[in-house]
Design a protein around this ligand. Structure first.
Ligand code: C5P
Length: 232
């Protein structure tokens, strides 16, 4: 499994997404489709982007009872995406059910990645709203271990946590890390950021990059720079 840059296609329509993707005439980037675009356009957006030759991370973060997640994952597996995800908070049983649903008849399946604690959740809101008293770092590592125990392929985490996740769950366990910014770039609303080069050094397997590429004056050049710094 090679390192790769995943572009977060956080657009609200197919039109804007294709206007963006049309700029990439050479190499076809790995793209992430999130809830906004998926809910706006439905499964056809996945099929169309796939037909153009892109790999797809479908970021829908499933979290429901095991049976519902299993059946929903079965639907997603037929969309032929390369990676999808769920919330580890749904428990090991839910994650096992997800793997079952995702596995196609021929035994293949997309990569399945768990969200541990969202980076928008801090220790204070975890304690106050969720009654979770442990330090957030322990919770993240525990959820990562649960994901591994359930047979998942990795977790979405901050690049700052990627090294520790590999220590806890092994080198083969994938870390997919958003919160990436160029050294000379705008941080936007991301607080704890890393450059693509730092993310590589710390051992991220995939970086998810949105605005530093999508809002750049020359998105293709920004993407190429990201690949150069992260993949080498
Ligand atoms: O534009 P930017 O590079 O900040 O985009 C990061 C992408 O990664 C967005 O799609 C965002 O929703 C997603 N993400 C994140 N932090 C997380 C999980 C997902 O920024 N903890």
């Amino acid at each position: 499994m090679g390192r790769d840059v995943i572009i977060a296609c956080d657009f609200d329509s197919a039109e804007k997404t294709f206007a963006f993707l049309d700029k990439f005439t050479g190499r076809k980037p790995f793209v992430k489709i999130g809830m906004e675009l998926y809910y706006a356009e439905g499964p056809s957006i996945v099929r169309e982007i796939k037909k153009r030759g892109h790999k797809i991370f479908l970021d829908l973060k499933l979290h429901d009872i095991p049976n519902t997640v299993k059946k929903s994952m079965a639907v997603l597996s037929h969309l032929d995406v390369d990676m999808c995800n769920l919330h580890a908070a749904g428990t090991i049983r839910m994650m096992e059910a997800a793997i079952e649903g995702l596995t196609r008849e021929d035994g293949t399946r997309p990569l399945l990645i768990a969200v541990t604690q969202l980076t928008s959740t801090d220790e204070e809101s975890m304690r106050r709203d969720l009654l979770i008293e442990k330090p957030i770092a322990d919770v993240v590592m525990h959820y990562a271990s649960n994901a591994k125990a359930a047979g998942l392929d990795g977790v979405v985490c901050s690049p700052l946590e990627a090294g520790k996740v590999h220590e806890t769950c092994g080198k083969e366990f994938l870390t997919v890390t958003p919160g990436v910014r160029f050294a000379d770039g705008d941080k936007g609303d991301q607080k704890r950021v890393m450059t693509p080069e730092e993310a590589r050094k710390i051992g991220s397997d995939y970086i998810v990059v949105g605005r530093p590429i999508t809002a750049a004056e020359d998105p293709v050049a920004a993407y190429e720079r990201c690949v150069r710094e992260f993949v080498g």
